[in-house]
Design a protein around this ligand. Structure first.
Ligand code: F6P
Length: 357
């Protein structure tokens, strides 16, 4: 069996661990297996850049951060655009798949990767997806690999904010990754003891933010910690169309609202307010023990699916068991935080604010 493999989109801890588990399963259960690793995500498949990987190439990968294959973003909307020779990236990928005589392609990636995987599958390639992302926003799976480790990193960062915020009696806004969804901010905010959690799914009201922080101050709190998602937005911004919102932010020279909100809070409360962007630290390093176990489960299961010839699917972990969903069912959907999610309700029940009245 000839198997292609690639890692696409933003990296996360656990990519190597999943590939290791898949390969260990494949080399021991599937006859005459050959694995070809495409370099830098779909780019390798488009440009016909790959390496044949042997069993030994998958050794010592369980703890290794990043991806040994390299990763790159290849926007889905450009996949069918044709070049001067009237060929699209999709055409080129199908050509590589066919010329190499692949029996299947394993794609490790997030929402965008899954859209392209579904397209390749609809075009006749045998694809098995694996749900990677620190954002935890893949439809149909309770958890994605990389999320837990990123949560741990973000939590450690929020933990460390408490002492310095307390020393100076400041308000600290800690920006957590998650442009479209707030899972990481919600969980790390809860785990790190944030006083306020601002996520894209619950647009904040600046008056409510200020009132809450002032109330805490008056009640004797020396400092406050706000966990704010990259994609957090005010209720005014939420009323705009996405295009208008992005244009407004571009005109203001900002990609996230964090700095502006901090300035406004300081101006309105008179309390020194600082920001901390955690950024790519959340995507770096070794997967934590939970992710290592999850990666082993998901990677070996993808091997089992390949062995059985079950294609056009992506691996999921749902209701305590490993399973799969059809790529066509999940592509283009995002799993966002329901404002009535039990974690949101629990947070509210102990006095954590979401920046709304
Ligand atoms: O999808 C993962 C993620 O880390 C998001 O949380 C973040 O908004 C985005 O990737 C950053 O992407 P890039 O690597 O292109 O800067």
């Amino acid at each position: 069996m000839k198997i292609g493999m690639l890692t696409s989109g933003g990296d996360c801890p656990g990519l190597n661990a999943v590939m290791r588990a898949f390969a260990k399963y494949a080399f021991s259960h599937i006859a005459d297996v050959k694995i070809f690793g495409f370099l830098n995500g779909y780019t390798g498949l488009i440009e016909n850049e790959y390496e044949e990987l042997e069993e030994k190439d998958f050794e010592n990968l369980l703890l290794a951060g990043g991806t040994m294959l390299g990763s790159k973003r290849q926007p889905f909307k450009l996949m069918t655009e044709t070049d001067g020779n009237n060929r699209s990236k999709l055409d080129k990928m199908k050509e590589t798949y066919k010329n190499l005589g692949l029996d299947c392609l394993i794609t490790l990636g997030g929402a965008g990767t899954h859209k392209t995987a579904a397209l390749l599958s609809a075009e006749g390639c045998n694809v098995i997806g694996l749900p990677k992302t620190i954002d935890n926003d893949i439809w149909g799976t309770d958890v994605t690999f990389g999320f837990e480790t990123a949560m741990e990193t973000a939590t450690l960062c929020i933990d460390k904010m408490h002492s310095t915020a307390s020393s100076h009696g400041r308000i600290m806004l800690v920006e957590v990754m998650g442009n479209k969804v707030g899972w990481l901010t919600l969980y790390a905010g809860l785990a790190g003891g944030a006083d306020m959690i601002l996520i894209p799914e619950i647009p904040y009201d600046e008056d409510a933010v200020v009132e809450f922080l002032e109330k805490r101050r008056k009640a004797g709190a020396r400092y406050s910690i706000v966990a704010i998602a990259e994609g957090a937005m005010s209720k005014e911004e939420a009323a705009l169309r996405k295009k208008e919102r992005l244009a407004l932010r571009a005109a203001r020279g900002e990609t996230t609202v964090t700095q502006r909100l901090a300035r406004n809070i300081e101006a309105r409360t008179g309390v020194e307010t600082r920001t901390q962007v955690i950024g790519y630290l959340q995507r770096g390093g070794s997967p934590n023990p939970y992710d290592r176990a999850l990666c082993t489960l998901m990677g070996s299961y993808a091997g089992e699916l390949a062995e059985k010839g079950k294609f056009g699917v992506t691996v999921a972990y749902s209701g305590g068991r490993v399973t799969y969903n059809s790529l066509s069912d999940i592509a283009g959907k995002a799993k966002s935080v329901p404002p009535t999610h039990p974690m949101v309700r629990a947070a509210k029940s102990i006095g954590i604010s979401f920046g709304v009245f």
